[in-house]
Design a binder for this molecule. Structure first.
Ligand code: FAD
Ligand code: NAG
Ligand code: NAG
Ligand code: NAG
Ligand code: NAG
Ligand code: NAG
Ligand code: NAG
Length: 554
């Protein structure tokens, strides 16, 4: 049996000590609001203002969560061009954890978030900004699980994986020194409801309740993948924003190889850049962007390409297939006041499967983009707390197809087939039962109104004695997303174990489109690690081919 009082005491003591210790370097309790170091701005240009070199060793498409660490790493020894369709940072909008959900509602041509509705009817979001998803997300930072390493289709060098994570963590990840009021209750409530053991703070994926890392620091200021560009060799890296890549260009004679890319700037002017001998084009355009670009470039299922009049460069039946998104299920409770969010910092990794996480929606935030089934309401005077169970390894997958055969600005259409498999509904059922126990804990009492009941936004949990059909309806009626989209360019189907596109030289994919499932509780840690990891592997590979070893500098 857990002694609740002792545990609470230990948790507060832990934070107090951590804070005292951290005080050496940071101030735990003072809210500061200055933007992070912007060293990368020295080599970041508007595409309209920049004439690229004729050729680079590496051209990376997409300055996102994987693309930034990859570009920084390759620039250590080679010339790199990084092309991002979005803008560079808008500090006032992006930096505060407390308002991160607000940006999900924006949707003009250049907003950091591009919303879209999948064929399933659910509103979803893609990043469109230098730094990618890491600039618009909930900030939770948690490493991958063993199941992921064992099944990812990559032969990992675990020492190099560890060093790649550390490289990321030393630059932009906070080991939380504090939790907000609800995250503290959530941590305690999960333990009381049996999501044990108490793992305290850890980056690792372990069963039980844990505090993870965060890319929001303890003042609620975001640090994203864009700052990993500060680790680049400035002499070797050109970063272009508002550079929309239209397609990859291939050799016209054997062997089939990527030789460059075509992109256009915000004036609609087209540019062509080539890669040097032994160089590569790398797609890091995300789980929607990378398959879309490969299809537009003539790689994909022959019949689909032909029906769109796209000249077939090579048949690739699995490009755009196995698209997945993890459903979120749970409840949303109204709080009596407004609390400051510091991003997601606590996760329950349950024995029955689902991961339970919670985040605060600030007053005055349009809820449509976060809890679509609640409709277009906004709560003006208090926060809303989302308590969500993540369906961890959805069996249901779908596919992506082009809506325009020539215009990359027209996003593709995608279907995820949420809850198509009964296993996914059963995991949702498990999530419902864990959340039911959580809501019944003594710790959660204080969030009831008048000590009586929770005030739910949207549906309350179904009755305890529910049958499968009732639960399945609840899961479908409350369908939401954690925005952990993956798939479309899977290893052994589209890319090989080094993430090189099968049958094409000098072309790789490095981003969440290569994930067969969403790693860890949340994918950004693994996505950034992957960018660094593959970058190091590429440097090693080239050094070896030139007859000298590559010494990794940490
Ligand atoms: C609202 C939200 C909350 C989330 N919360 C968390 C969380 O708390 N913790 C966590 O771990 N994960 C979270 N995630 C998921 C995580 O952020 C993503 O899985 C991850 O960022 C994906 O990285 P990526 O490199 O695959 O793609 P991205 O980071 O999306 O990068 C792709 C980049 O390519 C660019 N691009 C696309 N097409 C082109 C083109 N044709 N030309 C030029 N550039 C192009 C895009 O603009 C983008 O910047 C969240 C995601 C969202 C949207
Ligand atoms: C958070 O980051 C900002 C910007 O870099 C910095 O000014 C502030 O001191 C940081 N806060 C903490 C607690 O580290
Ligand atoms: C940042 O965003 C705000 C709000 O959308 C806008 O008013 C401002 O002009 C933007 N700044 C830059 C530099 O883009
Ligand atoms: C918030 O608004 C609701 C409805 O308008 C009201 O009943 C409630 O008392 C308000 N709460 C606070 C803390 O002002
Ligand atoms: C190819 O066409 C089939 C049948 O119309 C469709 O189901 C599939 O999603 C398409 N795939 C792509 C990649 O366009
Ligand atoms: C591509 O599509 C976008 C969005 O619909 C549109 O604004 C643009 O004019 C199109 N470009 C071309 C070259 O047709
Ligand atoms: C799953 O998808 C298939 C194909 O679209 C469909 O025939 C089937 O009815 C779906 N099953 C469920 C449980 O939704």
């Amino acid at each position: 049996m857990l002694n609740f009082q002792t545990m609470l005491h230990n948790v507060s003591l832990f934070f107090l000590l951590l804070c005292i210790w951290l005080q050496q370097e940071v101030n735990c309790f003072v809210h500061q609001n200055s933007p992070p170091d912007s060293g990368y701005l020295r080599f970041t240009y508007e595409a309209t203002d920049f004439s690229p070199a004729k050729a680079y060793d590496y051209i990376i498409i997409g300055g996102g969560t994987a693309g930034c660490p990859l570009a920084a790493t390759l620039s250590e020894s080679y010339s790199v061009l990084l092309l991002e369709r979005g803008s560079s940072l808008n500090k006032s909008v992006l930096y505060e954890s407390n308002v991160f959900q607000n940006i999900l509602a924006a949707n003009d041509n250049d907003s950091p978030v591009q919303t879209f509705v999948s064929e399933d009817g659910l509103q979803n979001a893609r990043a469109r900004i230098l730094g990618g998803g890491s600039m618009i997300n909930g900030g939770f930072y948690s490493r991958a699980d063993d199941y992921f390493y064992d099944n990812a289709g990559i032969e990992w060098d675990m020492g190099a994986v560890e060093r790649a994570y550390e490289w990321v963590e030393n630059s932009i990840v906070t080991r939380p020194g504090r939790l907000n009021r609800f995250q503290t209750s959530f941590f305690n409530g999960l333990l009381e409801s049996g999501v044990v053991p108490d793992n305290g703070f850890t980056f690792d994926h372990v069963r039980g309740t844990k505090i993870g890392g965060s890319t929001f620091n303890d003042s609620g200021i975001r640090h994203g993948a864009v700052e990993l560009l500060n680790n680049a060799n400035p002499e070797n890296l050109d970063v272009l924003v508002h550079a929309m890549v239209d397609r990859v260009i291939f050799s016209t004679s054997d062997p089939l190889a990527a030789v460059g890319v075509a992109y256009h700037d915000s004036n609609g002017k087209y540019h062509i850049v080539h890669v040097r001998t032994n160089g590569e084009v790398i797609l890091s355009a995300g789980a929607i962007g990378s398959p879309q670009l490969l299809l537009l470039s003539g790689l994909g299922p022959t019949s689909n390409l032909t029906s769109l009049n796209i000249p077939v460069v090579r048949d690739h039946p699995f490009i755009g297939q196995f698209m997945a998104d993890n459903p979120r299920t749970g409840v949303n409770i109204l709080l009596r006041d407004s609390i400051t969010d510091l991003g997601l910092r606590v996760a329950g990794i349950t024995e029955s499967g689902p991961y339970i996480e919670s985040f605060t929606v600030a007053p005055n935030t349009p809820l449509t983009s976060i809890i679509p089934f609640v409709g277009s309401v906004a709560i003006f005077n208090s926060s809303v707390q989302i308590i969500g169970g993540k369906i961890t390894r959805p069996k249901s997958t779908g596919s992506l197809h082009l809506l325009s055969a020539s215009n990359v600005t027209v996003g593709p259409s995608v279907r995820f087939n949420y809850y198509n498999h009964t296993e996914d509904v059963n995991e949702c059922w498990n999530a419902v039962e864990v959340i039911r126990k959580l809501l019944a804990t003594p710790t959660m009492e204080e969030y009831k109104f008048g000590g009586q009941n929770f005030e739910f936004l949207g549906l309350p949990l179904p009755e305890e004695s529910s049958d499968y059909e009732t639960i399945a309806s609840f899961c479908r009626d409350t369908l939401s997303t954690f925005w952990h989209i993956h798939g479309g360019c899977l290893p052994n189907k589209v890319v090989d174990s080094n993430l090189k596109v099968i049958g094409v030289d000098s072309l790789r994919v490095v981003d969440a489109s290569t994930f067969f499932n969403s790693p860890g509780t949340n994918p950004q840690a693994t996505t950034m690690m992957l960018g660094r990891y593959i970058g190091i592997k590429m440097l090693e590979e080239r050094a070896a081919s030139q007859g000298h070893p590559f010494l990794e500098y940490i």
